[in-house]
Design a protein around this ligand. Structure first.
Ligand code: K7E
Ligand code: CUA
Ligand code: CA
Length: 701
């Protein structure tokens, strides 16, 4: 059923990618040796290393040109030609890494290949996307978007601001099962299933207006963490005068439990920890030696609320939030013992329930040793745990240092109750000198830190527009003499936010590549109007000095963070659904329809059409209904050939679906308007694609 063999359609020839996959097609070198293409490419790079221009590379390409001649013709000097070779991935070969990129307020996730930096996919998450039919009438997109949208807040909610993707982990390594991402704007979190790269759940986290400290995942995907950005007025009405900020506003650190079989969040097993209204910023989960801990930065221990202009029009610039939230020399890193919190949550006494979420109250968190503070230089940004788990690196933002805390010192100070005081809420503050391991001066505006496999750290410098490479300490494998040194600074173009290294958030980073996520591109690309693309720059970490290999314009959003996973880890990816699959849960859909079983059933006003799609027709291709009916379309793509996706559009009813091979989609359309409406396949699927159409007849009442 639905395979190519029995198709007469000339567009239906087999296009199985494996057949054409040429990665190991041998290449005969000038010296007669037969080597793989990859090895041949390696030889070219090796040749280029001695200087492409003017050097005899000792290799003729199959087109007959010689490499150095081509480089010269194109005006590429040695390093540029070498960079081109290092990032070139021939057609039919695959990139080594996948980058899962936030799309910022495009609301989506982008998937890029590395080193080619080619965009492979845009995964719709918080925002409808018409190519994939996400949010245009099919059950999958509509259910996900609606479940994640609280009508009391906005109806419908059709955007988000994705910031921090988090790949699921097993024993601290990416396992290729799920991808989580937060909506910075609306305090939500989404799950993408990495079997089919589709969003399966959006969860509106209670008590979070906006979020930033997430998604960060614990090493066995026990929990996904997300915390508030702006504190939440914790009053029954949701209103509180700003004069009562200290009393009524609270932050929340959320630990969302994950169903290991479906990747979905389990509300009943999730909990929050109430926090002071210090504006919690980024977070990270401990690993290995720091397993069981979570770390969250904060920047407004001043509890500033703004007020630079009064309602009578008088100005008071000194009261601006930026001025008043930067007064203290130190803000607090929050150290959360989530295993202890889990025990208290499971014991169940003394807890609160706020908007359906179980909350460990602030005084309890302080008294039970769940929450400690460590002073950190004013208004920091990123907090990142190194691969061994020993070092917690805080990006100074306003301070030129990376401040490094050691988990050993933190645990020691907690055990000894080595406190320099408590805050206004009774939370103990660990003595700074006792927990701070090192400070490394990096430059202006340190934000985020990533790691390689040799004990080095890479920190983005927003103000300097640079990446600082520096060495960690002995617990990361460095000798005492080599520890805590600024090693190198690489200028980037421009204003870098996050950065990522290959598998850089795991216990076993690969090093190899770094990508700088630059907020400004200014002159790097031809002008395309007043809103400029962002700029991703690919950096080679295998060379003695860091080298930029490629600039890539990002023209579809403002990415914040990305994670880079090795291709081999995405072992669950499927290309075709089993026949009749409901993609929401990978079970056989009750509406699955096989060839020959197509039918139309009427139940009162409900008209059910069990339809199949294959190259190049729908069955049935004419549907007759009455105005006032509800049309329930159950469409099965009965093909099993990879890439044989069909569309299904009824533009006059705002329906646009995408049906992948084996997939079942359900579309419910209240037929409130009479007419004869075209329906057609919107995906160019075959030579007779334009013939893949039909009619929806809605007779007037
Ligand atoms: Cu620095 Cu949201 Cu992680 Cu933007 S965040 S850069
Ligand atoms: Cu099916 Cu076009
Ligand atoms: Ca501050």
């Amino acid at each position: 059923m639905g395979t190519d063999g029995d198709q007469v359609d000339p567009g239906g020839e087999d296009r199985t990618p494996e057949k054409e996959h040429a990665s190991e097609r041998p290449v005969v070198t000038k010296h007669g040796a037969v080597v793989s293409r990859r090895a041949a490419l390696g030889m070219m790079v090796g040749g280029a290393a001695v200087g492409v221009v003017g050097a005899k590379v000792g290799f003729s390409s199959s087109s007959g040109g010689d490499l150095s001649g081509t480089a010269t013709e194109m005006g590429l000097d040695g390093p540029a030609a070498q960079a081109a070779l290092k990032t070139y991935v021939p057609g039919g070969e695959y990139d080594e890494y996948f980058m899962m990129s936030s799309g910022g307020h495009s609301g989506q996730v982008m998937v890029y290949g590395v080193p080619s930096m080619r965009l492979l996919k845009v995964i719709p998450v918080f925002t409808p996307e018409s190519w994939q039919g996400y949010g245009f009438g099919t059950d999958q997109g509509n259910i996900v978007l609606e479940e994640g949208s609280d009508p009391a807040k906005s109806n419908p909610l059709r955007w988000g601001d994705t910031h921090h993707p988090a790949l699921s982990e097993t024993e601290g390594s990416y396992d290729g099962r799920y991808l989580y991402i937060n909506d910075r704007a609306n305090g939500r979190i989404a799950m993408v299933d990495l079997r089919d790269f589709k969003t399966k759940q959006i969860f509106d986290v209670p008590n979070l207006q906006t979020s930033h400290g997430g998604c960060f995942i614990t090493p066995n995907s026990e929990y996904v963490h997300i915390s508030t950005m702006s504190p939440t007025p914790n009053t029954p009405s949701g209103y509180a005068p700003l004069s009562r900020y200290k009393e009524d506003f609270r932050g929340f650190s959320t630990w969302l439990a994950i169903d290991q079989n479906t990747g979905r969040f389990i509300m009943d097993e999730s909990f929050q920890i109430e926090l002071p209204p210090y504006t919690q910023d980024l977070a990270d989960a401990g690993k290995l030696t720091s397993f069981g801990f979570g770390f969250i930065n904060s920047y407004n221990t001043e509890m500033a609320t703004g007020g630079n202009m009064n309602m009578d029009g008088s100005m008071d610039p000194a009261q601006s939030l930026e001025a008043t939230a930067t007064k203290n020399d130190y803000d607090f890193m929050h150290i959360i013992d989530w295993q202890k919190a889990e025990e208290i949550f499971k014991a169940g006494s003394g807890l609160k329930t706020i908007n359906g979420m179980t909350v460990i109250p602030l005084d309890m968190a302080a008294n039970e040793g769940i929450l400690h503070f460590a002073p950190e230089p004013r208004n920091p940004h990123g907090v990142d745990v190194n691969p061994t788990g020993d070092y917690i690196c805080v990006g100074g933002k306003l301070d030129p240092n990376a401040s490094v805390y050691s988990i050993e010192r933190i645990k020691d100070a907690i055990a000894k109750q080595d406190y320099q005081g408590t805050d206004d809420y009774g939370v103990p503050i660990l003595t700074l000198e006792s927990v701070l391991e090192a400070q490394v001066e990096l430059g202006a505006g340190p934000l985020h830190t990533q790691f390689d496999n040799e004990g080095n750290a890479y920190t983005s410098l927003f103000v300097d527009s640079a990446v600082a490479k520096w060495s960690l300490g002995p617990k990361a494998g460095k000798s005492d003499a080599d520890s805590w040194k600024l090693l190198e600074k690489l200028p980037v173009q421009y204003n870098i936010g996050h950065l990522v290294t290959a598998e850089g958030d795991t216990v076993e980073p690969d090093g190899r590549y770094l990508v700088a996520l630059n907020k400004w591109s200014i002159d790097r690309f031809p002008p395309v109007g007043t809103l400029h693309p962002q700029n991703f720059q690919l950096v080679d970490l295998t060379t003695p000095q860091m080298e930029i290999l490629a600039d890539m314009p990002v023209g579809n959003g403002e990415p914040h963070y990305v994670q880079m996973i090795h291709r081999d880890k995405l072992k669950n990816v499927i290309q075709v659904y089993e026949p009749g699959t409901d993609p929401m849960n990978f079970t056989t859909s009750p509406y699955a329809t096989a060839a020959g079983e197509e039918r139309i059933e009427r139940k009162g006003k409900d008209l059910h059409v069990y339809m199949t799609a294959m190259r190049s027709h729908y069955t049935p291709d004419v549907v007759e209904a009455q105005q006032g009916d509800v049309l329930n379309l159950h469409i099965t793509n009965i093909e099993q050939t990879p890439d044989a996706t069909h569309g299904f559009a009824i533009p006059q009813y705002n329906i646009e679906a995408s049906i992948d091979p084996g997939e079942v989609v359900n579309i419910a359309v209240p037929l409130n308007r009479a007419g004869t409406f075209a329906m057609y396949c919107s995906e160019f699927c075959s030579a007779l694609h334009l013939e893949m159409q039909g009619w929806l007849q809605v007779a007037p009442q």
